[in-house]
Design a binder for this molecule. Structure first.
Ligand code: AKB
Length: 324
C-alpha cells in the first residue's frame, strides 16, 4: 500500500503516520509531504519525507505522478484564526491546494482521497447537537474553503474521477502543537497548565465546542479510509467525542495538575469564531455507516495526555506556542 500525506508536519501528521503503521499487516510505503523542509527528527522506517507546497500545481502533480499513491490523506490547511489574519494565504492553501490535490489524484489514479474537514463549515444558529445535513454558512475563510473542499470531493466522487471520503473534525487535542486554530485554548490549558501551573485562555469560561483527543481523530481518518464505498451514504461525515465548557476542561486539568490556575480573557476575533461553531456534533450517520465511535471522554483524555505532556517537557521537546 502506497500512502501520501499532505501537510504531514502539522498537528495530525505524525500521529496519523504512527496509526497507519500500527494498523497495517504489511508495512506501507509512506511519503509524508509538507511545506517545511524535513529534518533528522522526521526520519522513520517506511516513511520518506518530501517538501511540497500544495499551492504549486506542477510540484503537486509531479510528486503524485512519481509516487503513484493508492491513498492520499490531505491534511494541508491554514486553520481558522490564522486564516482570518491572512485570508489570501488561507484561500491559496485551502482552496487552490485542495483543487491541485484533487487534480493530481485524478491524474495519478489515486484509489481514495481522505479529506479533513472541520466544524468550521458550520455557522451560527444550528440545532444542538448539529447533524451532517444542514445549511452551511461558515463565518471564516477557513470554513468557506472547507465547505468548498467538501463539495469538490463530493463532485469528483459523483463524476467517478476520485473516490473521496472525509470527516468534519471537532477541535483536536494532542501532545503535538497546532498552529493558528481557535480551538487551541483547550490544548494550551494542558501544556501551560503542566509547564507553568497557569494559563490565560483567550475565550470565555462558558465557551463550549466539540473536541476530540487525537488518538480518536487519527483512528477516524484510518477507519474512513478503509470503509467500503457501498456503505457510505455521504462523502464527508461528522465525528464527535465530547463537548465540555472551557471551565469544565480546566476542572479536568486541575484533577491531574493540582493547584493549576486557569483564567479567561476573551479575545474578540477567536471568541467570535468559537461562538459561530456548533456546541456539539451529531455523528449518528458515521456510527451507522462505518461503525465510528469515539473511545476517549474528557477525563480519559486528561489521564492520558497529562503524563505525555510531562514526559515531552522533561525531554526538552519544544512545546512553546503563541497564545495570540
Ligand atoms: C481550528 O480551531 O481552526 C481547528 C478546527 C476546529 O478546525 N482546530
Amino acid at each position: 500500500m502506497r500512502i501520501l500525506l499532505t501537510g504531514a508536519g502539522g498537528q495530525i501528521g505524525r500521529d496519523l503516520i504512527n496509526e497507519l503503521l500500527r494498523r497495517s499487516k504489511e508495512p506501507p510505503s509512506i511519503v509524508a509531504t509538507d511545506l517545511r523542509t524535513p529534518d533528522a527528527a522526521d526520519e522513520q522506517e517506511h516513511v520518506r519525507w518530501s517538501r511540497l507546497d500544495v499551492t504549486n500545481e506542477a510540484a503537486t502533480r509531479a510528486i503524485f505522478a512519481d509516487f503513484k499513491p493508492d491513498i492520499v490523506f490531505h491534511l494541508a490547511a491554514i486553520l481558522s484564526a490564522r486564516g482570518e489574519k491572512d485570508p489570501v494565504t488561507a484561500y491559496a492553501v485551502n482552496q487552490t491546494g485542495t483543487w491541485n490535490v484533487l487534480e493530481a489524484s485524478y491524474a495519478a489514479r489515486v484509489k481514495r482521497l481522505v479529506f479533513t474537514s472541520s466544524i468550521a463549515v458550520y455557522g451560527p444558529g444550528l440545532p444542538d447537537p448539529t447533524p451532517d445535513a444542514v445549511p452551511l454558512q461558515p463565518a471564516t475563510i477557513y470554513g468557506v474553503t472547507k465547505v468548498s473542499g467538501e463539495l469538490l470531493c463530493d463532485y469528483y466522487t459523483r463524476r467517478g474521477w476520485v473516490d473521496c471520503v472525509g470527516v468534519r473534525f471537532p477541535g483536536l487535542i494532542s501532545a503535538s502543537l497546532p498552529g493558528g486554530g481557535s480551538s487551541d485554548y483547550a490544548l494550551f490549558m494542558y501544556v501551560d497548565g503542566v509547564r507553568y501551573g497557569a494559563y490565560e485562555a483567550f475565550c470565555r469560561a462558558d465557551t463550549r465546542i466539540p473536541l476530540m483527543y487525537m488518538p480518536d481523530g487519527v483512528r477516524a481518518l484510518a477507519e474512513i479510509s478503509e470503509a467500503p464505498r457501498h456503505k457510505l451514504r455521504r462523502c464527508i461525515y461528522n465525528v464527535a467525542a465530547f463537548s465540555p465548557r472551557a471551565d469544565e476542561i480546566a476542572a479536568s486539568v486541575a484533577r491531574a495538575v493540582p493547584g493549576v490556575r486557569i483564567t479567561y480573557v476573551p479575545e474578540p476575533v477567536r471568541q467570535g469564531i468559537l461562538d459561530s461553531w456548533p456546541k456539539a456534533l451529531d455523528d449518528t450517520m458515521a456510527r451507522e455507516d462505518w461503525g465510528w465511535k469515539a473511545r476517549y471522554d474528557l477525563d480519559g483524555m486528561t489521564d492520558d495526555l497529562v503524563p505525555r505532556v510531562r514526559e515531552l517537557l522533561a525531554r526538552g521537546v519544544d512545546l512553546s506556542h503563541s497564545n495570540r
